[in-house]
Ligand binder design. Structure first.
Ligand code: ATP
Length: 585
């Protein structure tokens, strides 16, 4: 197939913002592509030459592109790039200048473009830069101006034609099952008519399900073209190929969580780390992020724990890697360990400095069996049985309790927050594993992200080993009408024992001691000066505090040293937040 035909579709896709019209153009084009070229074409329409989960990347620096354009056109692209703000358009413009001077150019094929771009990713060692320039300029020399635009954009993996996964899925359905489902799309009216809706939805769901499992439209389009609908059932989950992770909607609180998932439910710690989908096959371990990027090389420690502690020839597990401080052994926020994800060197050193504990919360595949349709309670049993000798700070099943009692659930929630976690997950015991979907088989409950800036107006001295510190703090917001501070809650969570871990009790005590106004037993009154940022699960009406409201499960996020008490959250803000959360979902 000529590359020009594909470029024609790119151009149509880029020229419309209508989703249905995009699906239409792509589907009409797919009807014309034969099986042999379908896999390459499917990747190229997404601006890729490798499926998204493949660790190989084209990886070409801007200076290489500029050199390649210069080699093929004889013109330095830097100025035009700056003017157009788009290096693809710059290449197009300069190729047009050159074109008038060239008499002959060879027509580019999809194969040629695909092969040259794939080769870019495999080059290593000396002379790589020159070889890359050669591969790109070879394509540009034969390219028409508009072809040059898309070649360059594919090279930088930024096609800019606005094609989402849902549109590609629909285009596959329209192209290969459009007749069976009796669909009709009119470009003029931008209207889709479906006569056989039941049949249509069956195809859409089947293609989506297959995509969730293989994450590669090339495989799907090819199998559907060759074998029709039945072909889709051949698409099987395989360890080594990542599947879309299941997502969880947010519940407003524990009661709401129970309403969504049913009773009894499994409650788990919601660890504040990063998600790892871990595969094992033939003794090889692979780790994928939530976005299905391969990060195996960055986590040799995790690979080691997994092969040491998890039994099974082959499996796919879902887990959260949470960082902990190597000295105090306390969990630390995600930000500290996030730097490990992209790290390419000193990996062993990073693993020592930022160790992680793996908390396994689901199993999707085990020893040849796909478990996604099994109820969660069964998957959890399998998961627990797979982990021999769970070990604190290395690898263990996620902390879980099963309860239908709200008070028990609340105390588990508080325990989770106190341990430094983000909240809890509440999971339906019968729920299947639905890749990619945010369905109600599990929900998250965590303090809301709309934080409140409050001022400390009182505190209480701690007991036992905390007796030298102020350990619990009364916080207030500002009533602008009366110009007073009105209390809204009491916070003791989120504050650390050691100063290296974040805002500590010692540090707060030092700051507050000089501004104590009154002391009665262990209770002290404090001059409103120190502002802190809090998150919380929800705002409730409450007679306990002078604002008439209470923050439920408040947690200190940060000190707001740059804020004065005049600038903090006002009572009006709280009223708005309260109302907006009532209207939520
Ligand atoms: P979402 O992942 O739902 O799109 P988000 O990015 O805001 O939203 P979170 O609020 O962190 O994510 O909630 C879901 C994430 O919580 C999961 O993707 C997973 O990484 C993490 N997590 C931690 N502990 C668990 C657990 N026990 N079960 C499931 N997920 C957990």
């Amino acid at each position: 197939m000529k590359y020009a035909e594909l470029v024609g579709v790119y151009n149509k896709l880029e020229n419309t913002s209508k989703r249905l019209e995009k699906a239409y153009h792509l589907s009409e084009f797919l009807k014309k592509v034969d099986s042999a070229e379908l896999d390459k074409v499917m990747l190229l329409v997404q601006g890729k030459v490798f499926p998204s989960w493949d660790e190989r990347k084209i990886g070409v620096a801007a200076r290489i592109l500029i050199k390649a354009i210069q080699t093929s056109t004889g013109i330095n692209a830097e100025k035009t790039w700056r003017e157009t703000g788009d290096i693809g358009k710059a290449a197009e413009k300069l190729t047009a200048c050159k074109e008038q001077a060239t008499l002959f150019s060879q027509e580019l094929s999809v194969d040629k473009v695909f092969d040259n771009l794939q080769k870019l990713a495999t080059l290593e060692g000396t002379g790589t830069v020159d070889k890359k320039i050669k591969l790109i300029s070879e394509l540009l020399t034969s390219a028409s101006p508009i072809e040059a635009r898309y070649i360059i954009r594919t090279t930088i993996e930024e096609l800019r034609v606005g094609l989402g996964e849902g549109t590609i899925r629909d285009a596959i359905v329209w192209a290969y099952f459009g007749e069976q489902a009796k669909i009709n799309y009119s470009v003029e009216e931008n209207k889709l008519k479906v006569e056989n809706r039941g049949e249509y939805m069956k195809y859409v769901d089947a293609v989506q399900e297959a995509y969730d499992v293989v994450n590669d439209f090339s495989i799907i389009a090819k199998i559907v073209k060759q074998k029709g609908f039945e072909g889709l059932s051949e698409i099987k989950m395989k360890p080594g190929i990542p599947i879309k992770v299941m997502l969880y909607p947010k519940a407003k609180g524990i009661e709401d969580a129970y309403t969504i998932v049913g009773k009894p439910a499994a409650l788990e710690y919601k660890y504040d780390g990063f998600r790892m989908q871990i595969h094992k096959k033939n003794k090889t371990i692979k780790i994928f992020t939530r976005r299905l990027e391969d990060v195996t090389a960055q986590f040799p420690d995790v690979c080691e724990y997994v092969s040491e502690k998890i039994e099974g020839e082959s499996f796919i597990i879902d887990s959260e890697a949470v960082g902990y401080d190597r000295f105090s052994k306390k969990y630390i926020a995600f930000q500290h360990i996030s730097q490990r994800i992209k790290r390419k060197y000193d990996i062993e050193e990073m693993a020592k400095r930022y160790p992680v504990e793996l908390n396994v919360f689901d199993v999707i595949y085990y020893n040849g069996e796909n478990l996604i349709k099994k109820p969660f309670s069964e998957r959890r049993k399998i998961l627990v049985s797979m982990i021999k000798e769970p070990e604190y700070l290395k690898l263990k099943p996620a902390e879980q309790v099963m309860t239908e009692n709200t008070a028990d659930a609340e105390s588990f929630y508080q325990k989770s927050l106190d341990a430094g976690n983000e909240g809890i997950m509440v999971k339906n015991l019968q729920g299947i594993y639905k890749p990619g979907a945010r369905v109600g088989y599990g929900v998250k409950v965590k303090p809301t992200m709309e934080t409140v800036d409050a001022v400390i107006t009182g505190a209480e001295w701690g007991e036992g080993k905390r007796s030298a510190w102020l350990a619990s703090f009364i916080v207030a917001v500002r009533n602008t009408e009366t110009d007073e501070f009105v209390e809204i809650g009491r916070v003791g969570t989120g504050i650390k024992e050691k100063s290296e871990e974040g805002v500590s009790f010692g540090q707060l005590t030092e700051m507050l001691k000089p501004i104590i106004i009154k002391e009665e037993g262990r209770i002290v009154q404090i001059k409103p000066e120190i502002v802190i940022e809090l998150d919380y699960e929800e705002i409730q009406k409450s007679p306990t505090y002078s604002s008439g409201y209470a923050l439920r499960f408040p947690r200190l996020v940060n000190l707001r040293e740059e804020r004065s008490p005049e600038e903090i959250t006002t009572l009006e803000d709280i009223e708005i937040l309260y109302e907006s959360q009532r209207g939520r979902g």
